[in-house]
Design a protein around this ligand. Structure first.
Ligand SMILES: Nc1ncnc2c1ncn2[C@@H]1O[C@H](COP(=O)(O)OP(=O)(O)O)[C@@H](O)[C@H]1O
Ligand SMILES: O=P(O)(O)O[C@H]1O[C@H](CO)[C@@H](O[C@H]2O[C@H](CO)[C@@H](O)[C@H](O)[C@H]2O)[C@H](O)[C@H]1O
Length: 449
């Protein structure tokens, strides 16, 4: 009996890092669209599949390669063997085959249009099609390819109809001359439910930059290894100067976003509705991760205090999923990546105007993550707890000082909003970790203590 492509994909998709429906059985996987980008052997097929799990349907994008014989170097990305057009073919994850990904670069360089798939080159750029790709091995919600050391190409895995906020934002900020975004080179689009929908974006690869997350961890490690009693500012690798600069850059990005897109205010009744949304999200999270229930009171109290605020709050476009893994330090400044918001949220929500303090809250949470994540397997975890707290407090304070210095607004009653946003992010993280990295679950849970 031959296995159908749908059956092969249903067996394979659950093991992929970017698959959002982990822990639940797949009831059905159907292929919504199938476009041949390149024929022959190897062939490149672009698939949009729809996965049904209970009453939830999620669409994913999967470029697959087809070959009669699979070379050893592609064995690790084999999906299986199936019969297509009367012939047996090996099916595999095409993004690992540079012979196939060359077609994606070529498509963008020439603004090529397939039936149902449109490739675009950003205004005023040339694309060097001689660059070959490698897949980034970072644990990600999407899949990124690096072409040479020149371009980074991100293919969105989960699809929702509409323009991806990331494309919208980097195009606007780069067009306005921002030094805090990587230059866009091109993108791929399709139509989903009658809406132009972004499938992939290609940007400048920041070849000499370091990720904020790894810089922060180096600093935490140094502090853990320093003699007991030595203050954080004297231990090697203090991060506070960078945290402050990151705060300044964050405030500048917020100002640039406020200039490029509409802004507004939310009034107290809307704050009440926001509180209710946070409460509902908390309930859903507790249903999925019952341990969170022990902390429900702390979160609920913070959310209720937000509902009691009696003044309006300024809103604008924001990053939406801001953390140390989304910022890179180049030789000259901090650059912000990945403006697509929280991957699991509907696009309309991710593009909605929001308080810039949502991003501030996200980054404050990330300092907590950096301070605590090395404790999990550390033989002297209890003894280092106070050092983790010291590192986190020092860098959170430096970031906030930089944010104010850069013109960001955190004052008075806004502390109530900031706390509610921090705990709402921690609720999101509890679910995220339970699904993806259960050993990390204690980190967001500690936010409620
Ligand atoms: N322009 C870039 N230059 C260099 N590295 C990048 C660039 N964009 C992303 N990266 C690297 O890829 C990782 C994942 O990128 P990101 O856009 O956050 O993807 P995802 O949406 O899947 O999380 C980043 O943490 C960073 O290490
Ligand atoms: O894949 P994305 O970068 O869009 O974001 C998702 O994955 C992140 C994990 O990589 C997750 O961030 C959480 O872990 C980070 C450390 O790995 C930490 O710095 C963040 O503070 C914490 O939220 C993010 O929430 C998720 O959306």
């Amino acid at each position: 009996m031959t296995t159908s492509l749908q059956e092969l994909l249903a067996g394979w998709i659950t093991g992929q890092r970017w698959f959002a429906g982990k822990g639940r059985a797949i009831d059905d996987l159907s292929i919504d669209s199938e476009i041949e980008i390149a024929g022959g052997d190897p062939a490149l097929l672009h698939l949009v599949v729809c996965v049904r799990q209970g009453d939830r349907r999620t669409r994913y994008q999967i470029p697959v390669g087809l070959r009669e014989h699979l070379p050893d170097r592609l064995e690790h990305v084999r999906i299986g063997r199936c019969r297509r057009d009367g012939r047996e073919a090996e099916v595999y994850d095409a993004l690992h085959d540079s012979a196939l990904t060359a077609h994606l670069l070529e498509g963008m360089a020439t603004d090529h249009g397939f039936d149902g798939l449109a490739f675009h080159r950003a205004h005023g750029v040339e694309i060097d099609t001689s660059q070959r790709s490698l897949v980034l091995t970072a644990e990600q919600s999407n899949t990124s390819l690096v072409y040479g050391d020149t371009y980074i190409f991100k293919l969105f895995r989960q699809l929702s109809p509409g323009t991806n906020p990331e494309l919208e934002i980097i195009t606007a900020l780069a067009g306005a001359g921002s030094s805090h975004v990587a230059r866009p080179y091109g993108w791929i689009e399709t139509t989903l439910q009658d809406e132009p929908t972004t499938l992939a974006i290609m940007q400048e690869y920041l070849r000499n930059a370091n990720e904020g997350w790894s810089m922060a961890l180096t600093s935490v490690r140094d502090l853990y290894a320093s003699p007991e009693g030595m203050p954080a500012e004297d231990a090697g690798g203090d991060f506070a100067g960078e945290a402050r600069r990151l705060g300044v850059a964050t405030a500048q990005v917020h100002r640039e976003l406020a200039r490029a897109f509409p802004t507004g205010t939310i009034e107290p009744p809307e704050l009440k509705r926001m509180t209710e949304r946070f409460r509902r999200r908390l309930d859903r999270a507790i249903a999925e991760v019952p341990r969170l229930g022990e902390h429900a009171d702390v979160a609920a109290e913070a959310f209720d205090r937000l509902g009691d605020l009696a003044h309006e709050v300024p809103v604008q476009r924001v990053h939406g999923d801001y953390h140390l893994g989304q910022v890179m330090r180049t030789m000259t400044d901090w650059v912000v990546l990945d403006f697509e918001g929280e991957p699991g949220q509907p696009l309309a929500e991710r593009r909605a105007l929001d308080s810039p303090l949502r991003d501030v809250a996200g980054m404050l949470r990330s300092f907590e993550y950096a301070a605590r994540h090395l404790l999990a397997d550390h033989p002297d975890a209890d003894g280092l707890e106070h050092r983790a707290r010291e590192w986190s407090e020092r860098n959170r304070a430096a970031f906030l000082a930089g944010y104010s210095e850069g013109g960001g607004r955190v004052r008075g009653d806004e502390a109530v909003l900031l706390r509610a946003l921090e705990l709402s992010k921690a609720v999101y993280e509890v679910v995220y970790e339970a699904r993806n990295r259960p050993t990390w679950l204690p980190i967001p849970l500690a936010a409620f203590r």
